[in-house]
Design a protein around this ligand. Sequence first.
Ligand SMILES: Cc1cc2nc3c(=O)[nH]c(=O)nc-3n(C[C@H](O)[C@H](O)[C@H](O)COP(=O)(O)O)c2cc1C
Length: 195
Amino acid sequence: MDLMEAIYRRRSIRRFSPQPVEKDKLYEMVKAARMAPQASNIQPLQYMIVHQKELLEPVFACTRWAGYLEHYAPEPGYRPTAYIVVLLNEEIKKNGNDTDAGLAIENMLLAAVAQDLGTCLIGSVDRQKIRTLLGVPEQCQIHSIVAVGYPAEQPVWEEMPADSIRYYLDEEKRLHVPKRHMSDILLPIQPHLED
Ligand SMILES: Cc1cc2nc3c(=O)[nH]c(=O)nc-3n(C[C@H](O)[C@H](O)[C@H](O)COP(=O)(O)O)c2cc1C
């Protein structure tokens, strides 16, 4: 798949099919994360892959979904079939870098699209519960969790209407994701050159 196609096709997915995700595909996502640019090439990120059936529900219970919508967390039968937990190892880098994490995560999300998978990055996580549940080492901060599965919805992006950045459902229950207009994000330069 062409890279620009993957960038445009990627949307946060919150409805998944019950089909399990192949372990190889999850591994490919982490391999893509590994190639991301990292400040001073320190690479403080580590990952845990969760695909075991008995862990899926307990991990799901530690995640919060779709803050702008009521009742849009995936119902049983539509929940993620895997997760990748994103960790920042403080023994490698004291103050974990959010930019390092963001770049690695986007690589994972695009690698998922290229393999016909859907993802949702979850920042709203019960970190204490996840730490205990998965045995996350003490030196690792839990940055976020990438929920993964085969998509069972097709959200669309659209030019931002009027003044709301909030995603919403249309009458057919399709999720719409407003993106700010190019003319609002691309500012003209105002150069002041020394004489
Ligand atoms: C740092 C970060 C944290 C996020 N946390 C959550 C979350 O906890 N729950 C959720 O449902 N979506 C979460 N999202 C997904 C955003 O809601 C989503 O990216 C945004 O609405 C734009 O939609 P799009 O990803 O389809 O472009 C998060 C995204 C980012 C970048």
